[in-house]
Write a protein of this length. Structure first.
Length: 105
């Protein structure tokens, strides 16, 4: 079973955004662990002066840092990473926009 999960992760990484479903937190986790975790440990997300206070500010910070890192992520990539961070760290209330992304699956 572990081998099939690793194969799935590899196929998602190779196939890119077209293989992802809207709001795909698993793909967001893959993107985050591949491109962000080196500098952004969990501790960074809990610092006193954090810049994330709601869904839109979370998306804005993901967008900002992917730009700094020159990752050229599209909106789906940004949403997927934001969803992963929200599901695992922030637990922010979901806005209407988030609800539409979930319902689009």
């Amino acid at each position: 079973m572990k081998g099939s999960f690793v194969a799935w992760l590899a196929s998602v990484a190779i196939a890119g955004p077209a293989a992802a479903q809207p709001g795909d937190a698993a793909r967001g986790e893959l993107l985050y662990s591949t491109h962000c975790i080196e500098c952004h440990t969990t501790q960074m997300h809990w610092r006193a002066q954090r810049l994330v206070h709601d869904w839109e500010s979370l998306r804005a910070q993901v967008r900002r840092f992917q730009g700094v890192a020159r990752l050229q992520w599209n909106e789906q990539d940004i949403d997927d990473v934001a969803r992963h961070l929200n599901d695992t760290i922030y637990h922010l209330p979901r806005t209407e926009q988030v609800g539409r992304a979930v319902g689009a699956r």
